[in-house]
Design a protein around this ligand. Sequence first.
Ligand code: NAD
Length: 346
Amino acid sequence: MNKLKIAFYDAKDYDRNSFEIANADGRFDVRYYETRLTEDTAKLAEGCDAVCVFVNDDINRKVIDTLAGMGIKLIALRCAGYNNVDIEYAFGKIHVVRVPAYSPYAVAEHAMALLLTSIRRIHKAYIRTKDFNFSLNGLTGFDLHGKTVGVVGTGKIGRIFIDICNGFGMHVIAYDKFPQENSGIEYVSLDELWQRSDIISFHCPLTDENRHMVNAETIARMKKGVVLINTSRGALIDAEALVEGIKQRQVGAACLDVYEEESDVFFHDYSNHIVADDVLARLISMPNVIVTSHQAFLTAEALSNIADTTLDNVSGFFRDGICKNEVCYRCDKVSSCNQDHSTKCF
Ligand code: NAD
């Protein structure tokens, strides 16, 4: 069998390193492109069997038509979320596979790292002591022990985050659209979660239904001084409403690894530029907001798992014609599907 050709978009040095290790035997011809996959760059994949994409590649209808028109059979996401793919439109035209889990620990641990950094003012203290300023004024934090944390989404990452929070002696409540029975988790309604939580952390996928689930109205129902942590997808939070909530002191702090308009900014060095996004600039300027640029997944273990699973997905799809990590718009609607495929989605 000829080497499978993969057009690899939005390639960064760390991607290339991990994929070159996973492809050390040269099974695949991987063509790395720094550019994202867009309508203009889709043509770069001409002659390839598959494209490999990440969270900010926009796989819209035109991109799908172009790829399918060139005979490309597979979109291999090297991430878990697939909200950036029009999977309903892709159905019947091009298959989509993903990496459902690579290191849920990486993301859950990053969420806790952000929380601790924020509430213990580590980001401030680090800069102060670098400048030999050893004053403590303004650095008062609060204990996590005994606080109530609301976890939205109790899948792989949410469960690990819950375990971490339990380790800190926190009281955990959770909301999930599909609660796990006999899990020992105290599930509550979303409204109750908004009202009772001192800290809220998001670990659910972004869907049409939960876009902007944090908005002016839900923020108003939260406890005054609530700390929000988002390592899931930016558009769960209405960023303008968040700015307003912080200005009104209703939101005490925000820890954001994702941002709804991140695709034009995150993963790039804009240190010598004027960032045009006023909402992001306002958030970054606030002392109680910490932004990391979608780096929660970025551990050596996760990168290695992503590369191995992605290449297995591609070879499994072309060799066996099926892939257990395939997703389509029906997957989360048909209960028997559960992403564990024994046949192709179409
Ligand atoms: P998972 O599929 O194991 O769990 C998701 C959970 O969310 C499930 O229990 C599901 O029932 C629940 N859910 C679905 N729709 C919901 C809704 N509308 N409201 C509440 N809960 C809902 O996924 P996971 O591996 O735990 O990942 C969670 C999310 O984390 C992903 O969807 C992705 O967006 C994000 N993520 C971010 C990074 C990062 O680097 N920041 C990395 C990986 C994943």
